[in-house]
Design a protein around this ligand. Structure first.
Ligand code: ADP
Ligand code: MG
Length: 324
């Protein structure tokens, strides 16, 4: 590498992210020394983004830095956990200082906004790929799991799923919309907001939770499966943004809300008797979530209904952006 590995680490990684008093030794030694709060469980997750697979070739470096942390923070949000420390494994085709500057800028801004310290990592040469391992905490036995739902629980989702899939299509010139809608949708793909504050609050209300990364229908199905239930979602209750509707129309917007990916919203379940308390203490208009269905008795039965009847969705290989 033209810039020595040591210099590169000093310049780009030593000061990235938040400063935290529980980091006794961060970037620079063979390993980091971290102090967990007493009584808390350590929560760990890891996710990789590969160029050409998880983001298009030539994506803005700041977005790659933001997203690789965001997808990991979203996993912690889904557990109701608080993030603390991140490790970054970065594989670069070459040392491009401008690229690194922007990448660490995107990563660092999101890390600081959630008080996450970058405490170590690894840097190698090869096809562009970024992996973050995130570590955080949750009070013992209070984490939200996928498996806590039971039949009759109400199913909720945060935000407006489907936007990110449309934003990716805009990025790849597969979708055209108004300038405002394009800019909103692109931002939703490039800079997702992990729902950490919501996940933290949901520990007092939700029976189960999952983050929506592979499409709401599939991820709600995973939650239902882990809970030993089926799930029924109401097509007309799916929350969709004005921008998405303006870009693809109402029907396709809801199809995208079900099957698009990269949303990083939370899908969670609440006992019917707790819904009133949830709505009262976490007003849905402020916390941006809504009820979209119910867990069912029959494991494996995953239905989308409209006006009382089950509708067919051919979501595998479905081209949302084909004309007509
Ligand atoms: P070693 O060979 O002992 O693993 P390295 O030379 O790979 O050490 O790394 C030196 C220090 O820099 C370590 O503290 C490591 O965690 C940190 N580091 C290396 N790459 C990164 C990175 N991409 N992000 C954050 N820290 C990094
Ligand atoms: Mg070492």
């Amino acid at each position: 590498m033209p810039l020595s590995e040591f210099a590169l680490i000093e310049r780009y990684f030593r000061k990235a992210g938040a400063m935290r008093p529980d980091v006794q030794l961060g970037v620079g030694d063979d390993a980091a020394l971290l102090q967990s709060p007493p009584g808390a469980q350590l929560v760990a997750a890891i996710d990789t983004l590969n160029e050409g697979v998880h983001f298009p070739f030539g994506s803005p470096p700041a977005s790659i830095g933001h997203r690789v942390l965001a997808v990991n923070l979203s996993d912690l949000a889904a557990m109701g956990a608080r993030p603390a420390w991140a490790l970054l494994a970065l594989t670069l085709p070459k040392v491009d200082e401008r690229w690194l500057e922007e990448f660490t800028g995107g990563l660092s801004a999101l890390a600081r906004s959630h008080d996450v310290a970058l405490v170590g990592g690894d840097t190698t040469l090869g096809p562009l790929s970024a992996t973050i391992q995130i570590l955080g905490h949750v009070a013992k036995s209070t984490a939200l799991l996928r498996s806590g739902g039971r039949p009759g629980d109400k199913v909720f989702v945060s935000g407006t799923p489907g936007d990110a899939a449309a934003g990716l299509a805009v990025e790849q010139s597969r979708l055209k919309a108004s300038a405002e809608a394009e800019s909103y949708l692109r931002k939703r793909f490039l800079y997702p907001s992990p729902r950490l504050a919501l996940g933290d609050c949901l520990r007092s209300y939700a029976t189960a939770c999952i983050d929506v990364s592979d499409g709401l229908l599939g991820d709600a199905g995973k939650l239902a499966h882990a809970s030993g239930c089926g799930v029924e979602l109401e097509f007309d209750h799916l929350p969709v943004s004005e921008e998405l509707v303006s870009a693809v129309g109402d029907q396709r917007a809801r199809e995208l809300a079900l099957t698009g990916g990269d949303d990083y919203e939370l899908c969670f379940t609440v006992r019917p008797s707790e819904v009133e308390r949830l709505r009262h203490n976490l007003p849905p208009e402020r916390w941006k979530y809504c009820c979209i269905g119910t867990l069912g008795e029959t494991p494996g039965r995953i239905n989308v209904t409209r006006g009382g009847s089950v509708i067919e969705l051919t979501h595998s290989g479905y081209d949302h952006f084909a004309s007509g």
